[in-house]
Design a protein around this ligand. Structure first.
Ligand code: PMP
Length: 316
């Protein structure tokens, strides 16, 4: 779908996957004017296909577009385009238990602009790819290192929106961590260097004395849709959940730590290394709460348990 700076997006067309033609002076190539989303389609036992909360991705893209001086498709246009793309590619949605179809909507400044300014024209596109289950055999804990020299986001910056540049800025820290054998990096706030923010591509939760806490969203953390869903699922299961500042000391002292995201779903944390000290969590990191929430969410997403929340959208 395309539109100009002030316009509304026109009806989109299905196209074979392939290269996208861009002007060398396009807004995205020169000034990083781009946003993306990530969501999944799941196949149910009866062969039908479910989307999980696509309107949440649509509205996150809309608020991100506002921050990035871009027009965005309406919620309806976004959801309709996702449905159309998945239906066209339904043969690629893996069978139950074998993974899902990852859906990547992308919005970019595709028009040419030389001086620093928003691009004159915009393109919204969607591509899909089948992906396996993140955990092939049960839950496998990840090992994180707390990073104090690199920051993912600064107050007043774009950390709270899903803009492409946020991901370029974490590549170096992530590469160093991986070289040292860690799964990923956990970032602290850049003002106090004391409060936990998030991992390169997922949100974080701690459990202490059966109370679940997660850093509150205050501009430098991406408002994850899995995070929002897990807060609700946990409250429905009777847990007390707090959204607040979480210090690195609390993190190290937690009974359980887990990450949430579209890709990782609910991923237990086995260990955290901070200033050279490694803290390991009980039961090799696979805590009772993480397991319970993982099952509750994945059963809902896969249509195994009844969706009382109205979160799944049936496609066929
Ligand atoms: N934080 C960041 C930086 C991310 O890239 C993601 C993945 N979109 C998340 C958190 C988790 O968000 P969601 O649950 O919507 O996938």
């Amino acid at each position: 779908m395309k539109c100009n700076r002030n316009g509304t997006f026109s009806e989109g067309k299905l196209k074979q996957f392939g290269p996208v033609e861009l002007s060398p002076s396009s807004g995205i190539l020169n000034y990083g004017q781009g946003l993306f989303e990530g969501l999944k389609a799941y196949r149910k036992e009866d062969g039908s296909i479910l989307l999980f909360r696509p309107e949440e991705n649509a509205s996150r893209m809309k608020s991100g577009a506002e921050r990035m001086c871009m027009p965005s498709p309406t919620i309806q246009q976004f959801v309709d385009a996702v449905k159309l793309t998945v239906l066209e590619n339904q043969r690629w949605v893996p069978p139950v238990g074998k993974g899902s179809l990852y859906i990547r909507p992308l919005l970019m400044g595709s028009g040419p602009i030389l001086g620093l300014a928003p691009a004159p024209d915009y393109t919204f596109l969607i591509f899909v790819s089948p992906v396996g289950n993140y955990f092939k055999e049960g839950l496998a804990p990840i090992n994180l290192i707390v990073e104090t020299n690199f920051h993912r986001a600064t107050p007043g910056g774009t950390g709270g929106v899903k803009t492409i540049g946020n991901y370029a800025s974490v590549l170096k820290a992530q590469a160093i961590a991986k070289e040292k054998g860690y799964s990923d990096v956990l970032y602290l706030d850049c003002v106090n260097k004391k409060y936990v923010e998030e991992v390169s591509s997922c949100n974080i939760f701690i459990v202490k004395d059966n109370i679940i806490s997660t850093p509150e969203i205050y501009g430098t953390i991406l408002p994850g849709i899995t995070r929002k869903s897990i807060i609700q699922v946990a409250r429905n299961q009777g847990y007390q959940v707090e959204e607040r500042l979480v210090s690195v000391e609390e993190l190290l002292d937690a009974d359980e730590v887990f990450c949430t995201g579209t890709a990782v779903v609910v991923s237990p944390v086995g260990s955290i290394t901070y200033q050279g000290k490694r803290v390991e969590y009980g039961n090799q990191g696979v805590g009772v709460v993480s397991q319970e929430l993982y099952s509750a969410l994945t059963n809902l997403q896969n249509g195994i348990t009844e969706d009382n929340m109205g979160w799944t959208v049936k496609l066929n």
